[in-house]
Design a protein around this ligand. Structure first.
Ligand SMILES: Cc1ncc(COP(=O)(O)O)c(C=O)c1O
Length: 389
């Protein structure tokens, strides 16, 4: 078993100072994490919207349970294997925010549908036919939403990002009607994900950009109403857009992910939420006066570029001491340039790093240590790490 080879096992650490943890490891500051959760759920409650947090942002049932306790209706998942983990832990209202169109995955989806209220997206007639036949054969009724794209601002697409989904309301209406007519399927509504688009700093311009991105979404909602196809679920939204998307009347739920742990790339785009996720690493070498070696490397910390050419936002800052600049990651170690206060770092000292990319970093780890005011309060598994199928 994966957990059994870990040291320390965890429970013996409860109540102890975070500095007693073996490194590298991930901690979350519970006060900050709970404030983030409360802020999002409080905002959505006052707007009459449901919160359906995205599980891929943390993959931990410990955090999912906190989100549910704060009023979440259920969770979003990107992959069937992650959705299975949620269902295994009793969280059964799930939006699988992707298309499932590969036969082996469809079989797996039907088994999951037999024991949960999982819903999925579709954007082609072929896929609607596949899902309908599989649902009828399995004797389940599967909830399906049509996906439209949020993409009037093409700049993000120009950088290579893309998602499935339909580009016109008319095409989306054809799919919605097909879902509605399929005896094995239940038409549930529509999803659009606008999260990555508006990287615009100015708040008013940003709001305009988000709303522009929803052209097809709004058009579809009008056409669905006229066609007498009620959308029980109208799902959209992310951490950097919640304040705009959460005000749209027809939207019934938001699916924010990174707001709970945050990361240094997201904080400037969503300053209402604070980073709660940190990496603890130990100094394991001082080969030169102005260089330290840490025990964290690219097998424990996600940094997409490994050297000084990395974009500044992508280089996780060391936040516990001034003058320590993490500038190169090997597989298992990091090189840190030292100046000022950091010159006093010695072997076995610990430093705190703020991950620049939270979820992929968490995907390297089995455990998450939940810390309040410096003491370990809970030890959570990162239950769905590696669940990429
Ligand atoms: C479909 C979908 N919904 C929601 C989210 C959550 O976005 P964020 O982490 O910005 O809140 C993501 C993240 O990539 C996503 O792909």
């Amino acid at each position: 078993m994966r957990g059994e080879r870990l040291y320390p096992l965890g429970d013996d650490l409860i109540g102890r100072d975070w500095q007693a943890l073996d490194t590298p490891c991930l901690i979350v500051d519970l006060d900050i994490l709970e404030r983030n959760i409360d802020k999002m759920s409080g905002f959505l409650k006052t707007r009459g919207k449901h919160c359906r947090p995205h599980f891929k942002a943390h993959m931990s049932i410990g955090i999912a349970k906190k989100q549910m306790a704060a009023g979440a209706i259920g969770l979003c998942a990107a992959k069937i294997s992650a959705a299975e983990v949620l269902v295994d832990h009793g969280i059964t209202d799930i939006l699988l925010a992707n298309q499932v169109n590969v036969p082996v995955k469809i079989r797996r989806l039907m088994s999951l549908a037999a024991r949960s209220d999982v819903k999925v997206l579709a954007d082609t007639l072929d896929n609607v036919t596949q899902l309908n036949e599989a649902a009828l054969a399995a004797g389940v009724s599967l909830g399906v939403l049509v996906e439209v794209r949020a993409r009037s601002d093409l700049s993000t697409y120009a950088k290579g990002y893309t998602r499935n989904g339909l580009d016109t309301a008319d095409e989306a209406l054809v799919i919605a009607k097909a879902i509605d007519a399929a005896p094995g399927l239940t038409f549930k509504g529509v999803m659009a994900y606008e999260g990555p688009h508006p990287k615009v700093k100015d708040t008013a311009q940003r709001r305009d950009a988000i709303l522009r991105d929803f052209n097809v979404f709004f058009d579809f909602l009008d056409k669905a109403k006229t066609a007498g196809l009620p959308c029980e679920i109208v799902s959209a939204g992310g951490t950097a857009t919640y304040h705009v998307t959460g005000e749209i009347e027809d939207v019934t739920e938001l699916q924010p992910g990174s707001y709970v742990t945050m990361n240094t790339m997201k904080v400037p785009l969503a300053p209402d939420f604070a980073q709660s996720l940190f990496m603890v690493s130990s100094v394991v070498g001082r080969p030169e006066r102005e260089t330290a070696v840490l025990d964290v490397g690219m097998k424990s910390l996600k940094m997409s570029k490994q050297d000084t050419t990395a974009d500044d936002r992508d280089r996780p800052p060391i936040v516990s001491v001034a003058g320590a600049d993490l500038h190169h990651l090997s597989e298992e170690h990091a090189a840190v340039r030292l100046s000022g206060d950091a010159l006093s770092l010695k072997v076995a000292d610990q430093v705190l790093i703020a991950p620049s990319y939270g979820a992929p970093t968490m995907n390297y780890h089995d455990r998450l240590y939940a810390v309040r005011q410096g003491r370990v309060e809970e030890v959570w598994n990162i239950d769905a790490r590696g669940c990429s199928q």
